[in-house]
Design a protein around this ligand. Structure first.
Ligand SMILES: C[S@@+](CC[C@H](N)C(=O)[O-])C[C@H]1O[C@@H](n2cnc3c(N)ncnc32)[C@H](O)[C@@H]1O
Length: 295
């Protein structure tokens, strides 16, 4: 324990003395409590003291780490501990010169992590995609060859709409002895549904996550399921027509969930123009008469 002196103005001293007398606590105890509270509020994402020691992984190993939709507060404790324990944290980016969103979360939540950007061609032709996946695998395998604990940080969950499962398949085939793990992450639709308190899956209505508007009409008409649309492949006007045709009142557009400037609006209030890449559209499940939806 380290001692430090602080000078308090007379008025504050008197108030402190009054609270100490009133509560039966010592002034030192109250000051310590006030500082702890201040630190918790000012740094809500500060890792717990044990966070860096919670993971004991063999080396080498590959771990896909879900970092949530953007708010460092939505990173799980285990994900944070893994990022801190890793010898290297790869972040996938479309442009090696810019800081991607996964990198922003990692930097905010675990500034001490050793980061390295890996470019990946998200929306290009299959051959370029294959080439960039190969380059990612080569970089990861080089770190594994150096017996490192390698983390790959991915937005949301590492096993959903991400390159991690493909990367894991390559590494599994080429380095069969290396343990491959994943730490789950909160997805943008989970964060948005919680913010707006809208139901996702429930009895009689499962949940489907699509990455292409071409499949949307069929899903909305064939089932009562809640449907999530990722990836900005359409515009607001098209979605409004589909929601009306398929009786999906309560459809929401969540943009920049967990990030500065986040916005969750009813689809009817969204612009008719293009839906941005970092938006998630939630079509709630349709209720059917006679099905217990109370759970
Ligand atoms: C490649 S997918 C990433 C999915 C991620 N692995 C997951 O589990 O959610 C990218 C899509 O996720 C959605 N998304 C990711 N982060 C988001 C955020 N902060 N706000 C809204 N949508 C987001 C957008 O639809 C975006 O086009």
């Amino acid at each position: 324990m380290r001692k430090s002196s602080i000078y308090l103005p007379e008025e504050l001293k008197q108030s402190l003395a009054r609270v100490a007398t009133g509560t039966g606590r010592s002034e030192a105890d109250l000051i310590r409590h006030a500082i702890e509270r201040f630190i918790t509020v000012a740094m809500p994402t500060a890792p717990p003291a044990s966070a860096g020691t919670a993971i004991s992984s063999p080396r080498p190993a590959l771990i896909g780490v879900g970092v949530g939709p953007g708010d460092p507060g939505l990173l799980t404790g285990r994900a944070r501990a893994t990022l801190l324990a890793a010898d290297r944290v790869f972040v996938i980016t479309t442009d090696p010169r810019s800081v991607g969103r996964a990198e922003m979360v990692v930097r905010a939540a675990t500034p001490a992590a050793l980061l390295e950007r890996l470019p990946f061609a998200i929306a290009s032709d299959p051959a370029s995609r294959e080439r960039s996946l190969r380059a990612v695998a080569d970089a990861v395998e080089a770190a594994l060859a150096a017996a490192e604990l390698v983390a790959v940080a991915l937005l949301g969950d590492p096993c959903q709409w991400s390159i991690f499962p493909e990367l894991a398949a390559i590494v599994r085939a080429e380095r069969p002895g290396v343990p491959i793990l994943a730490e789950p992450g909160i997805t943008s639709y989970q964060a948005a549904a919680s913010d707006a308190v809208v139901p996702l899956g429930r009895p009689g209505a499962a949940i489907v996550v699509l990455g292409d508007v071409a499949e949307l009409a069929e899903r909305l008409s064939a089932t009562d399921d809640a449907v999530i649309l990722y990836k900005a492949t359409t515009d607001g006007a098209t979605l409004k027509v589909l929601a009306a045709e398929h009786d999906r009142d309560g459809t929401l557009v969540a943009e920049l969930s967990g990030l500065p400037g986040q916005r969750i609006v009813a689809l009817g209030d969204a612009a008719d123009g293009p839906i941005s890449y970092l938006a998630t559209v939630i079509f709630p499940g349709r209720r059917r008469v006679g099905i217990d939806t109370s759970r």
